[in-house]
Design a protein around this ligand. Structure first.
Ligand code: TMP
Length: 210
């Protein structure tokens, strides 16, 4: 059965404000009458959340390919158990990260082959209808994370050069798939960013949004 709903992914580096924006977009879409499911990767099912805990545990080390396979195992479960059923019943799914994060972090960031990631992507067989990439200058992102002060996960411990490769990766992904991806400046105010994202959802997908 082909999905009837709409699949929107929100991407970006650490501290870009993805979760704040997802909550705000969900409210606005619900106010316009849509069924909305918000979810995240890695995660979204009990099994995938267990993989997330394993993958992001700062006390562990996995080889880059192992991380890639872990995140795709989590994704396979998440898509089968949560995302695809929601799309089949016509929901709007807002997902905090998806395959573009694997390409940016494990591919551009850690050097896993892009064809390896692209091959795994074909097995998942689900492409977002729209991908909103929140782009933040690296020093601003660092300052936000420091203010947040929460325990850092494994990927937050990587250095500024890694973060720069990830950010460049997201921009490169957007450049190769302009019909699907939009890069949004995440340095402005929260309300302003929500307005910009809502306008993109309206214009690109024809969805009603408050
Ligand atoms: P979050 O902090 O935005 O929830 O993301 C969790 C971490 O997982 C973040 O550091 C990026 C990392 N990650 C990957 O490295 N590859 C992936 O494919 C995904 C989905 C996340």
């Amino acid at each position: 059965m082909s999905p009837q709903g709409v699949f929107i992914t929100i991407e970006g580096g650490e501290g870009a404000g993805k979760s704040t924006q997802i909550a705000r977009l969900a409210d606005r879409l619900r106010a316009a009458g849509h069924e909305v499911l918000t979810t995240r990767e890695p995660g979204g099912t009990p099994g995938a959340e267990a993989i997330r805990a394993l993958m992001l545990d700062p006390a562990r080390h996995f080889a880059p390919l192992a991380d890639t396979l872990l995140v795709f195992a989590a994704r396979a479960d998440h898509v089968a158990a949560v995302i695809r059923p929601a799309l089949e019943r016509g929901a709007v799914v807002l997902c905090d990260r998806f395959t573009d994060s694997t390409m940016a972090y494990q591919g551009y960031g850690l050097g896993v082959g892009r064809t390896t990631i692209a091959t795994l992507e074909t097995m998942i067989d689900l492409t977002p209808d729209l991908t909103l990439i929140l782009d933040l200058p690296e020093p601003v992102a660092r300052a936000r994370l420091a203010r947040r002060g929460s325990a850092t996960d494994r990927y937050e411990q990587f250095d500024a050069e890694f973060a720069a490769r990830v950010a460049a990766g997201f921009r490169a992904i957007a450049a190769t798939a302009p019909e699907r991806c939009v890069v949004v400046d995440a340095a402005s105010g929260i309300e302003e960013i929500t307005d910009a994202l809502a306008a993109l959802i309206r214009a690109r997908l024809g969805l009603a949004i408050a």
